[in-house]
Design a protein around this ligand. Sequence first.
Ligand SMILES: *Cc1c(COP(=O)(O)O)cnc(C)c1O
Length: 430
Amino acid sequence: MHHFDRIDGALHAEGVPLEALAEAVGTPFYAYSTATLTRHYGLLREAVETHRASLGDALIAFAVKANSNLSVLATLARMGSGADTVSEGEIRRALKAGVPAGRIVFSGVGKSDAELAFAIEAGVRQINVESAVELERLIGISADVGAADRGAAPQIAIRVNPKIGAGGHARITTGGAADKFGVPAEEAPALYARAAASPHVTPVGLACHIGSQITMLEPLEGAFRALREMTLALRAEGFPVSRLDLGGGLGVPYHGQTDLPSIEAYVGMAAGVLDGLGVDTVFEPGRLLAANAGVLVSRVIQVNARSDGRRFLVLDAGMNDLMRPALYDAFHDLVPVRAREGAVGRYDLVGPICESTDVFARDRELSPLQAGDLVAFMSAGAYGAVLASEYNSRPLVPEVLVDGDRWAVVRKRPAHEEMWAREPRAEWLA
Ligand SMILES: *Cc1c(COP(=O)(O)O)cnc(C)c1O
């Protein structure tokens, strides 16, 4: 469900015509819908409140890596969202956007000493520890900064790898036995015991995150059941376990599928599994909140019809602006901002980048398109702009946030001079 609809034949973001934005901002650009973001957050909030008896005090921590724009984060922060972060930069962004430290979770497989110290000093709610060696480093750093002396020993969760990998593509699976994320379940009790024995950290629970774009509840349910069993086993050994971080990963309908698990079904399943356990919970949705809240608008540079019959729709957006198709073979629906009359044709959708992976889709059926037409890649609000680069010296793609009839550029397209300004010339080449 999203708020990008046709009004009088022209695609709008809420009340704002994408044509008007293209005129004002130039192409390509991302446009985000506030109403879509807040609707998704609201549905999830409502579902966890409904199941408060089983899910306890539930924190919804938006996975900042999915869309880290400050205005997007501020929109969610105002609704009470927390943030799931994977770097010092993301913690700083979340704080800057108005997410209180007490709602920030710090995850990640390779946190540096400086990042761990920063997270402790910032007083984040929870640090998810992903290995035995990281736990030892964290204990040492916490001792160095004297956190325990200030009564601020960091609360930690042990991220376990339940050996249930899932996700829309092998490259976005994180919970498989060979994946780099998390501690094997059988090692978790020893880590928990080690943490409990140290005054420098406070173990509060367990975490998992098994993958992304998961379109069935079964693997998630299996992972949550594993967390439940581990909780009971740890408690039997006398360790308090009061919080379970359930990760993110629920998929969204990129193909317009109607059979994906709903937010209500997902939360209801979690509540069913955790019923009676008496834990607080953390949800870390990224894609679920942001994907359908964004589109990438691009202009057709030319249609290149070759003698062999192939027709290339050459767009002014490239893989540097939207990397998901090149990185994960991802599918994005492409819709003309204003559809032309005429027979549907097949196009290869390509960008201008000098790489053969700069192809968004092959043989896509589309209504007729001509040079100058505007098109929108749908469901591009998650893992879109955040993955963009300036490859081929293309200025970083801008982002626009729409709210009803108003809009604002929330990330500017840099001028070329601003790009050069970041590259001071070596003095011997001056
Ligand atoms: C990426 C990530 C998420 C969010 O995943 P989505 O599939 O976007 O919901 C949540 N938790 C962790 C630890 C992550 O790395």
